[in-house]
Ligand binder design. Structure first.
Ligand code: HEC
Ligand code: HEC
Length: 187
């Protein structure tokens, strides 16, 4: 669900992004009108596996059993009170644990929704593949890419997709750990 949290809001999972529709709102009304959660699960799984052509939602964020798990989780969590943390809300996230920078990458920052980074186990294709892009780039470049994503837009990509609020969303310590981690694993 962390990968989805880069773009969607879902209260139970603590997700608050606004790139894509608010999932609680998207399904809450239909559930109140009698739609079954099992139907929601099917809709979510098909959206994950087959977003419409041209959608800003990338295909293949999670696949196979992970896609089923994420769909089942979302179907249970939408428009349901309470808050989930840990493994439940992390279904389909990249590798859990590891160095602090990886936890920020896969956790609070949700970078993996949009970027491939092997060490973090993520496969997002909305933005450039970081394993390919970063080997000869400096830490200063990586830091600026995160806090000022529109300062330089990578060729072939649209500006305005990568969130521009990381400076306020991440603490200085999280940001420093993230930059050090990304630089280290793409050296
Ligand atoms: C890069 C941004 C992005 C990510 C990451 C993303 N989505 Fe989406 N999603 C969107 C956008 C934008 C839409 C709006 C419809 C469209 O463009 O296809 C959408 C639509 C949806 C819908 C349909 C909602 C409706 O109103 O019918 C569902 C369900 C959904 N996403 C679930 C997920 C799940 C589950 C994940 C994680 C596996 C995820 N999304 C990851 C951007 C994203
Ligand atoms: C919603 C999708 C999305 C998320 C989330 C996201 N990015 Fe990006 N990122 C992009 C896109 C699209 C580009 C290419 C356009 C650009 O350069 O702004 C990009 C570009 C980059 C670049 C190349 C920068 C440049 O200026 O050329 C780096 C490095 C990067 N992202 C790292 C990250 C890190 C680290 C995170 C997490 C803190 C992150 N991204 C989160 C979509 C995203």
């Amino acid at each position: 669900m962390q990968r989805c949290a880069a773009c969607h809001s879902l209260d139970r999972a603590g997700a608050q992004a606004t790139v894509g529709p608010d999932l609680d709102a998207a399904f809450g009304r239909a559930l109140a009108d009698g739609l079954q959660r099992s139907t929601v699960e099917g809709v979510v799984e098909s959206q994950i596996l087959h977003p419409r052509r041209g959608s800003r939602m990338p295909a293949g964020l999670v696949t196979g059993a992970d896609a089923e798990d994420v769909a089942a989780y979302v179907a249970q969590a939408v428009a349901a009170p309470g808050r989930d943390t840990g493994a439940l809300a992390d279904v389909g996230a990249g590798k859990a644990g590891g160095p602090p920078g990886r936890r920020v990458f896969n956790g609070a920052a949700g970078c993996g929704a949009c970027h491939v980074l092997n060490d973090a186990g993520t496969a997002g294709t909305v933005g450039p593949n970081l394993d390919r892009l970063l080997p000869d780039r400096s830490r200063a470049f990586i830091r600026e890419s995160i806090v000022e994503p529109n300062a330089m837009v990578e060729q072939g990509y649209r500006p305005g997709v990568m969130p521009t609020n990381y400076r306020s969303r991440l603490s200085e310590r999280e940001l420093a750990a993230l930059v050090a981690y990304v630089a280290e694993v793409t050296r």
